[in-house]
Write a protein that binds this ligand. Structure first.
Ligand code: BES
Ligand code: ZN
Length: 618
């Protein structure tokens, strides 16, 4: 067992205080039959202290076969027992390197194993086309080590290249630099990522993939059966990228492509550089879920260029990204839309705080991750929405967008290609404001209780008072339903929601999840008038099914089972599994449904659902 030594990142066991990776090259073979990736990784390293005699890397369920210095000097190594969820430290003995700044190269031959949490392999039956297998990776936050033996810490930034041999098309979070034909009929795909990135952004997908251009620097990739729908839904991509450039700095990464994954993809989107991964549940047919694209594009600056240096400061990635996402939407659709999105975000923050409890340390912006805590267990709306509210509050206090927006640009320029902590962020904020606007601005900043925002649990210390103009109609209608008796349902008609946008319908339902459980007669009537059960918008389905489950309305149970087994996005499946498990006569159905579909879910999602429905202690 090896307890993390480097204090900068408690989620990594690597000795990043002694040596740092600068570049890594992957030589991979894709083996769909055994469901593994195998080959080697070549790490370029440089020492940062004197007398280094070992390199400690993160690994998780990897089969390490050999380690050489340069190309062929064999080195001794040990793979430790697993430490909590942080995996097994791989300690490599190297001949003593006396000088600081010495460069050297290690080649590690290895294969992934069936316990890999980073890569999901799908059988042909689990894909749309049904003819070819598929694989995709998801490394954030600490699954990179299940795919590559590496310094799996966001405080270390590397360039990377890769050569991947496969008989199906390969895409990665990098620029493709060529494709070679092999003698055995397969191909080798070459990639290069020239901007330094943390290990959690290395990503791959392999399958029957086709690409279609949707903008001057963008294509969308997916199975051919989906390509028309995807190209239509994401047609506004370039507008978002260009707005991001206008708000911040020129787009750094060359291309901004999208990959639409099979339905088990556990997130809405993942900001893999050059190639954002998204769930197919965004294909609503009405562009109502494209805020996820604006979000992932915003990560091109917040997270991918300026990166948190550990999962403790994760809000620097997500809070800033939500802030920029809403700036983009505000520029394109007006301030009222930004406020509407912020309101709905605040509601989702309240749900996270309610779930964990207002005193829970999981609701702190800088959570304590000592003792081998698993950052996946901390996933919630806290870094996103408390982070957003923090920045929104600062923007207000310093005098609004005319002061704050130039600061955002300066922040990105100052920290581009580095990894930082909350303290680094705060010091720069003060330094910039003082230098640009003088001491009176520092006085304004000093009215903010930074300690409460950063270190105290619960909801934000300040009520943001977002504008409710677009939400009022939703709230009014929700109130009428909440107060209605079985006897006066004639006041409602399908016209009630005729003028609502998709998001307004969702906010209407969202509001009702805060009310007391609805009587079954009201549920029947509401569905008859508004056709909610048959609606295919995934966010709306979530909210509607939540309302029905809160009332233990059994006719919805088969619909819930259908929804949680046809897609595996955690935002939808986790709350629905939890509620089904709590509903009358629902617990066994939740467990049986999960067990029957376990192999459908991504390993990360499976692990968390098991905790949610009490199969595993959380
Ligand atoms: N980086 C996240 C996804 C993620 C978070 C992966 C934590 C692993 C650990 C991504 O940018 C994200 O936030 N996705 C959201 C989108 C939403 C906030 C618009 C999602 O998946 O729902
Ligand atoms: Zn994000």
């Amino acid at each position: 067992m090896c307890v993390p030594s480097a204090t900068i990142d408690l989620s990594s066991q690597a000795n990043i205080d002694q040596v740092k990776t600068t570049h890594l090259h992957l030589n991979w073979n894709v083996d769909f039959k055994s469901q593994i990736l195998y080959g080697n990784v070549v790490l370029d390293l440089v020492t940062s202290v004197e007398n280094v005699n070992k390199v400690v890397l993160d690994t998780s369920y990897l089969d390490i076969q050999s380690v050489t210095l340069g190309e062929n000097e064999s080195l001794k190594y040990q793979v430790a027992e697993r430490y909590a969820d942080l995996g097994s430290a791989l300690t490599i003995d190297v001949p003593v390197i006396e000088k600081t700044g010495t460069q050297f190269q290690l080649t590690i031959q290895y294969a992934t194993t069936e316990k890999c949490t980073a890569v999901q392999f799908l059988t042909p039956e689990q894909t749309l086309g049904g003819k070819h297998p598929y694989l995709f990776s998801q490394s954030e936050p600490i699954h990179g080590r299940a795919m590559i033996p590496c310094q799996d810490s966001p405080s270390v930034k590397v360039t990377y290249s890769a050569s991947v041999k496969s008989d199906l098309p390969v895409v990665m979070s990098a620029l493709q630099t060529g494709i070679d034909d092999e003698h055995d009929g397969t191909k080798t795909y070459h990639f290069r990522q020239n901007t330094t990135i943390p290990s959690y952004l290395i990503a791959i997908a392999v399958g029957n993939l086709v690409g279609r251009e949707i903008g001057p620097r963008s294509s969308v990739w997916c199975e051919p059966e989906m390509i028309d729908a995807a190209a239509w839904e994401f047609a506004d991509t370039e507008l978002f990228v260009a707005t991001g450039e206008d708000l911040l700095t020129p787009y750094e990464w060359g291309r901004y492509d999208l990959l639409v994954l099979p339905p088990s993809f556990p997130y809405g989107g993942m900001e893999n550089p050059c190639l954002t991964f998204v769930t197919p549940t965004l294909l609503a047919g009405d562009k109502s879920a494209v805020n996820v694209i604006a979000h992932e594009i915003s990560h091109s600056w917040m997270g991918n260029l300026v990166t948190t240096n550990s999962w403790k400061h994760y809000w620097l990635n997500e809070g800033w990204t939500v802030f920029i996402e809403r700036k983009i939407l505000g520029r394109l659709h007006g301030e009222a839309t930004r406020q509407f999105e912020a309101l709905s975000g605040l509601k989702s923050l309240q749900e996270s705080v309610d779930l964990f409890g207002p005193d829970s340390l999981k609701t702190v912006l800088n959570p304590d991750l000592r003792g081998g805590a698993n950052p996946d267990d901390f996933f919630s709306k806290v870094p996103y929405e408390k982070g957003f509210n923090f920045l929104y509050h600062i923007e207000k206090v310093v005098g609004g967008p005319s002061i704050f927006e130039p600061y955002m640009k300066a922040y990105v320029k100052h920290f581009a290609s580095t990894s930082i902590s909350t303290q680094d962020w705060q010091e720069f904020l003060f330094a910039y404001m003082e230098e640009t606007h003088g001491p009176s601005m520092v006085e304004k900043l000093n009215t903010i209780d930074f300690d409460a925002w950063i270190n105290k649990p619960g909801m934000p210390p300040v009520d943001p008072q977002f504008d409710t103009s677009l939400a009022d109609a939703c709230y009014d209608l929700a109130k009428r339903w909440d107060e209605a008796r079985d006897t006066d349902l004639s006041q409602f008609s399908s016209k009630d929601i005729e003028d609502f946008s998709a998001s307004q319908k969702i906010v209407f339902l969202e509001r009702l999840t805060d009310a007391k459980p609805l009587a079954h007669a009201l549920i029947v009537k509401m569905d008859e008038l508004y056709n909610l059960t048959s609606n295919h918008n995934a966010d709306l389905r979530l909210r509607w099914q939540q309302i029905c489950l809160m009332s233990s309305y059994e006719p919805i149970y088969p619909e819930v089972v259908k929804f949680v087994t046809e897609q595996g996005r955690m935002k939808f499946v986790r709350p629905l599994y939890r509620l089904l498990h709590e509903a009358d006569n629902g617990a066994q159905l939740a467990v049986d449904t999960y067990l029957a579909h376990k192999s459908f879910y991504h390993p990360i999602a499976a692990q968390l659902i098991e905790k949610d429905i009490g199969l595993v202690k959380s």
